[in-house]
Design a protein around this ligand. Structure first.
Ligand code: ATP
Length: 349
């Protein structure tokens, strides 16, 4: 089932949580909503589920306007961060719940429910644990039961709100891989909320980067990491440094000096680059500063550099981080010059 979100606005007591947001989700896609706390991820998920109503705008499930459909009619599978399993029900009863509570006209026969539960247990790799109660399971197992329960109703759309948020790093990683395989096998349209960028980039077909109730960028992991469309996305995804620069006479200037990067623009701009996209240089046209820290990071070394800005002693220094070769002569307190080899400029309006 494809989902179209058209010009959605959501206010809570006049507070705009989402502004004029549009998004097309293709059938079978695995989409991550990624953004800092308060950016509106959960609100968007709840609107898709029908747990909230938009102040303005529309949501379509296929060609049908979802506002005409109740939460039940939307046929959504929902999994929250804190696996809200029914504690007094066994694993099998939890998974069967959504089918058992259906009105008799649409409820499958008992034998079919039993078969579906067995198939789902197999799919989430929990066969043999059907008689256990939630408190007899690990966090990761409970979360897989929650997913199986959400899948039992054969949802048109699966919505996951920080599904692995409460779990430790190792289990998160395992479940991540498992969810990707599970999605590839079942092909359900899935939207999941996360503030963990690694999770979003690794799992999703497309990542929706959100900030302050707006979509900043929608794209594949490569799009948002290699081609960030805004200063927010550049600084939010991966590591990066930023410097205020001026574009003039075909070159990028910092502190009124050319830094060895050509550009035909004019005016003030923000220069962004990633730590690994630099080369050390002793040429005149470069960025230079004092090394304030140097740390080993697996196979590389990261140097932190303060680049003085302005002529006066009161002017602030800009802090940047660059990757340096292990054998580079870097000394704490010493000077280091470098030049970005890949960068992005955002003109200031
Ligand atoms: P987090 O990662 O912290 O869960 P989020 O990106 O999911 O954040 P939302 O929960 O969607 O963000 O909240 C977006 C904004 O809307 C926040 O500023 C929040 O305070 C506000 N908000 C959310 N729900 C309500 C509500 N029921 N009443 C009033 N304000 C709300």
């Amino acid at each position: 089932m494809d989902v179209k979100i058209k010009n959605i606005r959501k206010e809570f007591a006049r507070f705009p949580a989402l502004h004029d947001l549009s998004l097309d989700i293709a059938s079978g896609e695995l989409i991550a909503l990624l953004g800092p706390s308060g950016s509106g991820k959960t609100t968007l998920l709840r609107l898709i589920a029908g747990l909230e109503q938009p102040t303005e705008g529309q949501i379509f499930f296929g060609n049908e306007d979802a506002s005409l459909k109740s939460v039940q009619m939307r046929n959504i599978g929902f999994v929250f961060q804190h696996y809200a399993l029914f504690r007094h029900m066994t694993v099998a009863e939890n998974i069967a719940f959504g089918l058992k509570v259906r009105p008799s006209a649409t409820r499958p026969p008992k034998a079919e429910i039993r078969k579906r539960v067995a198939d789902l247990l197999d799919m989430v790799q929990l066969s043999g644990l059907e008689k256990r109660y939630p408190n007899q399971l690990s966090g990761g197992q409970r979360q897989r039961v929650a997913l199986a329960r959400a899948m039992a109703i054969e949802p048109s759309v699966l919505l996951l709100d920080e599904p692995f948020g409460a779990l430790d790093a190792k289990v998160r990683k395992e479940l991540r891989r498992w969810l990707r395989e599970f999605h590839d096998r079942t092909g359900h349209t899935t939207v999941f909320v996360t503030h963990d960028q690694e999770e979003a980039l690794e799992l999703a077909d497309r990542v929706v980067v959100m900030s302050q109730g707006k979509i900043e960028q929608v794209g594949t992991a490569d799009d948002v990491y290699d081609r960030p469309g805004s200063p927010f996305v550049f600084s939010f995804i991966g590591s990066s440094s930023e410097l205020p620069v001026t574009l003039k006479q075909g070159a990028v200037h910092f502190n009124d000096r050319p830094i060895g990067i050509a550009d035909q623009g004019e005016g003030r701009a923000r220069l962004f680059f990633r730590p690994q996209d630099v080369v050390l240089t002793d040429g005149a046209e470069a960025l230079s500063g004092k090394v304030t820290a140097c740390r080993r990071l697996a196979g590389t070394r990261i140097a932190e550099i303060d680049i003085a800005h302005g002529a006066g002693s009161s002017d602030k220094a800009h802090h940047v981080e660059i990757e340096v070769p292990l054998d580079a002569p870097v000394t704490l307190g010493g000077d280091l010059s470098f030049r970005p080899t890949r960068w992005r400029l955002f003109l200031e309006s």
